[in-house]
Design a protein around this ligand. Structure first.
Ligand code: 13P
Length: 249
């Protein structure tokens, strides 16, 4: 199974954290199927994470790549470098990048192209703000984000989309699972109808996913998996979510 359950550690972690996480994860994970699991640590720790997870099959990716391949971009990391290190995926356009680093849909589009050129699976993050949600603009906002991000992509590109309502991230609030399911269905329909040659591998949900709400989410047909922030920082909690996933998917 392709990537379906991704830990986004954001700006968290240390050498000690990585060791502890792996110990807790493997102690509590009750399945042998690790192929659908990915971790996006802070890039500095990729090498160490690889050592602590060994050849378990868990994929390692990054939280962001630069929108140019090389040159004068102090502090950035390119898709080529990610490929060089054997990383399999990159989050692209996470709302925290859009909000704190002013990432535009145009920049995101360039990143998607570079990821695809380097065989790094892009995980395009989209989602509406609280105000947009209250105005019932969710579908229009998501369609716009998809159109702008994908319009310059080559026809044969592969993609995972993560639907992350901004107001659900780190807040403990989530839309009801049926609503998420219908948003995911809409996302699949929009990509299929407007970009029929793009290979949309899956649509993940992100925003306050935990071991408590995992079964109600994974029971939904179009919720193919999850992108998990806070709850993924605890190896035991993440293993429990993965166990629920393996039961239901
Ligand atoms: P939380 O799981 O902490 O809400 O974060 C979600 C997220 O932003 C994953 O990318």
């Amino acid at each position: 199974m392709p990537l379906r359950l991704i830990a986004n550690w954001k700006l968290n972690g240390s050498l000690e954290f990585n060791d502890q996480w792996a110990e807790n994860f493997f102690k509590n994970f009750s399945n042998s199927n690790l192929k659908s699991i990915g971790i996006a640590p802070a890039s500095l720790y990729i090498d160490h994470i690889r050592k602590v997870i060994g050849d378990s099959g868990i994929e390692i990716g990054v939280q962001n790549i630069c929108d140019v391949e090389s040159g004068a971009r102090t502090g950035e990391i390119s898709a080529t470098m990610i490929k060089d290190l054997g990383c399999k995926f990159s989050l692209i356009g996470h709302s925290e990048r859009r909000i704190f680093f002013n990432e535009s849909n145009q920049t995101i589009s360039k990143k998607l192209i570079l990821a695809n050129n380097n065989s790094v699976m892009p995980i395009l993050c989209i989602g509406e703000s609280a105000e947009e949600n209250e105005r019932n603009d969710t579908h229009d906002v998501l369609k716009f984000q998809i159109d702008e991000a994908l319009k310059d992509l080559f026809e044969a590109s592969s993609l995972i989309i993560a639907y992350e309502p901004v107001w659900a991230i780190g807040s403990g609030k989530i839309p009801n699972p049926e609503e998420i399911n219908s948003v995911h269905k809409m996302i699949k329909d929009v990509v299929q109808s407007r970009f029929p040659k793009i290979d949309l591998k899956s649509v993940l949900y992100g925003g306050s996913v935990s071991s408590e709400n995992a079964s109600s989410l994974f029971a939904q047909e179009h919720i193919d998996g999850a992108l998990i922030g806070g709850a993924s920082l605890d190896g035991k909690e993440f293993a429990q979510i993965a166990n629920v996933f393996n039961e239901l998917k």
